[in-house]
Design a protein around this ligand. Structure first.
Ligand code: PLP
Length: 427
């Protein structure tokens, strides 16, 4: 019997063949790689090909894949039982570890995905303020809950969709979308409807339209405006939290105090785990203490919380210094290769996260991000993949490094860059 192509087999049984849209390679073309295993800075496909990984599971693998101490802790926890649906000591310890890094997260509630974390933060803000309107920024992605699927980045930016089918107008009727980094526009919104706004939610430093760093006064202004008008300020650190530094983007930038944080990705060390953290007085509105309902069969799962706890324990200053250094090395090498091949590009950073826009002007917002040459990125992506380097399969994503990216892995990436840059230059 003829062997069936794996992607065809997957597409027959799973819509698009994938469990999350960007994995289907829609914006770069070609068939996705099916991963069988991963170790350190590498992923290995089902045919045994090894790639240097610059996706790092879209963020969680800060220490590299399958870190032996994290794996051992999870294995030991697994032997004690996979899920109890009851309170555990590990979740208390992880919540304490989060607060030790981000003291403003006075209380912490665990959920399983970043989507749940932001959805809960919005409900909490609405419940605590008694108001309905939520302000978000174009190109910021906060997961796929209905109210936040308006002008979102990530998979939606990739597909160029304005929102999503299946989201009723009523679900986004109280969501106001404002251009990112536009202080005048956000001031106008508050002047017009400040007394109806429950919260402003923003990515701490946006990474889902590519990296768009907040202007120097942007997050501080959001804090001041929300406080002035009795609204809450929600800092979404699902992607940046515990990745760009020990206390996330907030820890790097400083100078303002959000009411609520959302965390995900690194906090679960690769397992399904996310969290909401914030001021005690606000967190106390959550059930069972308060009237804002939130729950989850697998919330605070013992395997996920131990993976997160072990990851945070291992993520010391040296880990962050290593990732910072590797990121700077790679940015330099990518810039040199693209310049040598005369490919227009701009590299933007948020701590150790960076992304490469295939246009030569700065990107300040979603409109700027969409104005890049995505076809050039597609050619670059496939040349890198061919040479054994797995980039995020979209021009609208950050590149992720880990503390496991050693000289050997870095050299493989650097060696692949000149040919990929020349491929990007070809029309
Ligand atoms: N918030 C941000 C900033 C994200 O980057 C993401 C996912 O990429 C989410 C929320 C949603 O997280 P999840 O994919 O775990 O639902």
């Amino acid at each position: 019997m003829a062997e069936v192509n794996l992607f065809d087999r997957a597409k027959d049984i799973i819509p698009g063949g994938v469990s999350s849209p960007v994995r289907a390679f829609g914006s770069v073309g070609g068939d996705p790689v099916f991963i069988a295993s991963a170790h350190g800075p590498y992923v290995v496909d089902v045919d045994g090909n090894e790639y240097v990984d610059l996706v790092c599971s879209w963020g969680p693998a800060l220490l590299g894949h399958a870190h032996p101490e994290v794996v051992a802790a999870v294995q030991q926890a697994a032997a004690r039982g996979l899920s109890f649906g009851a309170a555990t000591v590990t979740e208390v310890e992880l919540a304490e570890a989060v607060r030790a890094r981000v003291p403003l997260a006075e209380q912490v509630r665990f959920v399983s995905t970043g989507t749940e974390a932001t959805m809960t933060a919005i409900r909490l803000a609405r419940g605590a303020t008694g108001r309905d309107v939520v302000v978000k920024f174009a190109g910021c992605y906060h997961g796929h809950s209905d109210a936040l699927l308006a002008a979102a980045g990530s998979g939606l930016a990739t597909q160029g969709l304005p929102g999503s089918a299946g989201v009723p107008a009523s679900a986004t009727a109280d969501t106001v979308v404002v251009e990112y980094n536009n202080v005048a526009a956000i001031r106008e919104v508050f002047a017009e409807m400040g007394d109806r706004i429950a919260a402003v939610i923003t990515e701490a430093s946006p990474a889902n339209m590519g990296i768009v760093t907040p202007a120097a006064d942007f997050n501080t202004t959001l804090r001041e405006l929300t406080r002035e008008h009795g609204a809450l300020f929600i800092l979404d650190e699902v992607l940046t939290g515990f990745r760009v530094g020990p206390a996330g983007w907030w820890g790097l930038e400083g100078g303002y105090e959000p009411d609520l944080f959302t965390f995900g990705k690194v906090i679960g060390g690769g397992m399904p785990l996310a969290a909401i953290g914030g001021r005690r007085e606000i967190m106390q509105h959550l059930a069972p203490v308060g009237a804002v309902y939130q729950a989850g069969t697998l919330s605070g799962n013992p395997l996920a919380t131990i993976a997160g706890l072990e990851t945070l324990r291992l993520a010391d200053n040296e880990v962050y210094a290593t990732v910072d250094r590797r990121s700077a090395e790679l940015q330099r090498a990518v810039g040199e290769a693209l310049t040598a091949a005369s490919v227009p590009h701009t590299i933007q950073t948020a701590g150790n996260l960076f992304s490469v826009f295939f246009r030569d002007e700065p990107v300040r917002n979603y409109e700027d991000a969409k104005a890049q040459d995505t076809a050039a990125f597609g050619r670059f992506f496939h040349a890198m993949l061919e040479a054994g380097v797995a980039l995020p399969p979209s021009a609208f994503e950050a590149w992720f490094l880990s503390s496991a990216h050693d000289d050997a892995a870095m050299n493989r990436i650097v060696d692949a860059l000149p040919a990929a840059a020349r491929a990007a230059a070809q029309r």
